[in-house]
Design a protein around this ligand. Structure first.
Ligand code: UDX
Length: 444
């Protein structure tokens, strides 16, 4: 079986590399010639552990190819993945123009049966639209003799562990309309389905909704915990004790109940919003999802509110050391990152920022450019020079055990605002410092 993947973004590129690595002959098609040239040189545009090596090795082994030539791509693959972006349009619903353009391209060039697999995260009903687009184009070509199948195969990879997630998936969701299509996808994923059954086959609409339900459930867990943490703060309880207490119930579990400064990234914010819009379109009031989104937007301001309170409402002229810019550790991604909301609020209030992140410095510079109120420091410690206080936004490993004596000596005020509860208040206090965590009795 030969594979073609349209779109060399996060999902497309990781999937392509992992499929090539088990032996498939994979062609990746992208409309961006610069990106294609860079990939051919082995340059991976995103930071993702293990990905660059996988791309380079499989490209060298001639199992992985990159091209802008869509016709070549359509000729090549028995299966054709659509893995292009679905950016939110103005009202928050997923914009399908790239997905449908690929469907159109496939129908424009195909000369024999093709299985079209929708991998992009798309609203329920999109696979039907892909089917209609293919039919329309084949009709204008007067090639109604050509047959195709459409399948939905959502992706569940996490940034920072994308290669591992894709190589050893928890589950492989396949949405199909016929046993024949199911068979094609079963064959395709057989190398990843060894030891125990991971394939869960269902109808197309259920597969499409499964993707949103998974991300929205996780986002709900986080917003719920953030709400309880905010309550704990005011009630004088410690959310870390509460978290431990409830996580021990296997029905709740320990995962994804870490309070903090809100969720970011390319998936949760976008997917929660898109499902709210889908519900709106069918006049269904998604009250839970709307609250999840609202809580998250407010949560991103949590640290700023603490900072303002500590400095009696005036931080103009102050300088803050900021540790962590990426939306989570082990990535350089700053999409919807809480750090952006925090920094922008600090700037608005007249403060300056000295920031450090192990991977996202270039990305931060790309977003904000050169400005007087932002210094991007090469070393973590450099951020402390002349800083009034420290704000920690992402829980990178390197931030977990700082030299508190040094912090105390360098900061003008011995205060840490800890957006991820990585510091034990008792330990910090022993060094004569104060830490404001999330839901850790620091409301006063
Ligand atoms: C997520 C899903 O986990 C993945 O299955 C899906 O395919 C894409 O979306 P990702 O966006 O890469 O993956 O990151 P994830 O590790 O899930 O974290 C998302 C955000 O939630 C981060 O900002 C993280 O800091 C935050 N988070 C996570 C919390 O605030 N608390 C938690 O307990 C867990």
């Amino acid at each position: 079986m030969r594979v073609t993947i349209f779109g060399t973004g996060y999902v497309g590129l990781v999937q392509a590399a992992v499929l090539a690595d088990v032996g498939y002959d994979v062609v990746c098609v992208d409309v961006d010639p610069t990106k294609v040239e860079r990939l051919k040189r082995g340059e991976v545009p995103i930071y993702e552990p293990g990905l660059e090596r996988l791309v380079q090795e499989n490209y060298a082994a001639k199992r992985l190819h990159f091209t802008t030539d869509a016709k070549h791509g359509v000729d090549h693959g028995d299966v054709q993945f659509i893995a292009v972006g679905t950016p939110p349009d103005e009202d928050g619903s997923a914009d399908l123009k790239y997905v449908l353009a690929v469907a159109d391209t496939i129908a424009e060039h195909m000369e024999e049966h093709r299985v079209v697999i929708v991998k992009s995260t798309v609203p329920v009903g999109t696979s039907d639209k892909v089917r209609a687009q293919l039919e329309k184009r084949l009709k204008t070509r007067e090639r109604k003799d050509l047959t195709f199948d459409v399948a939905s195969n959502p992706e569940f990879l996490k940034e920072g562990s994308a290669v591992a997630d894709c190589t050893k998936p928890d589950r492989i969701i396949i949405g199909v309309a016929s046993p024949e299509t199911e068979q094609v996808l079963r064959e395709l994923y057989a190398p990843f389905n060894r030891n125990h059954e991971k394939i869960i086959a269902m109808d197309i609409r259920s597969a499409e909704l499964t993707k949103y339900a998974a991300n929205c459930m996780l986002a709900t867990k986080i917003s719920f915990m953030n709400e309880i943490a905010n309550l704990a703060d005011i009630l004088g309880a410690d959310i870390e004790r509460v978290r431990h207490g409830i996580g021990s119930d296997p029905r709740i579990g320990y995962q994804f109940i870490y309070p903090g400064v809100g969720y970011g990234g390319s998936c949760f914010p976008k997917d929660v919003q898109a499902l709210i819009r889908t519900a709106d379109e069918i006049k269904f009031d998604a009250t839970v999802l709307k609250s999840v989104e609202k809580r998250n937007n407010e949560q991103k301001r949590f640290l700023v509110d603490k900072v303002m309170k500590h400095f009696n409402g005036d931080i103009s002229g102050k300088t803050f050391a900021v540790w962590g810019l990426a939306f989570k550790p082990n990535t350089d991604d700053m999409r919807e990152a809480p750090a952006r909301v925090v920094m922008e609020a600090l700037w608005k209030a007249g403060a300056k920022v000295r920031a450090f992140d192990p991977k996202a410095m270039e990305e931060c510079h790309r977003i904000y450019g050169d400005r007087d109120d932002l210094v991007l420091c090469e070393e973590q410690d450099d951020t402390l020079e002349g800083a009034d206080a420290l704000i920690v936004i992402t829980e990178w490993k390197n931030f977990q055990a700082p030299d508190y004596r040094d912090l105390k000596a360098k900061l003008k005020e011995p205060v840490i605002f800890d957006g991820r509860n990585i510091y034990d208040p008792k330990v910090v206090q022993r060094y004569g410092m104060t830490v404001y965590g999330v839901g850790r009795r620091s409301a006063a």
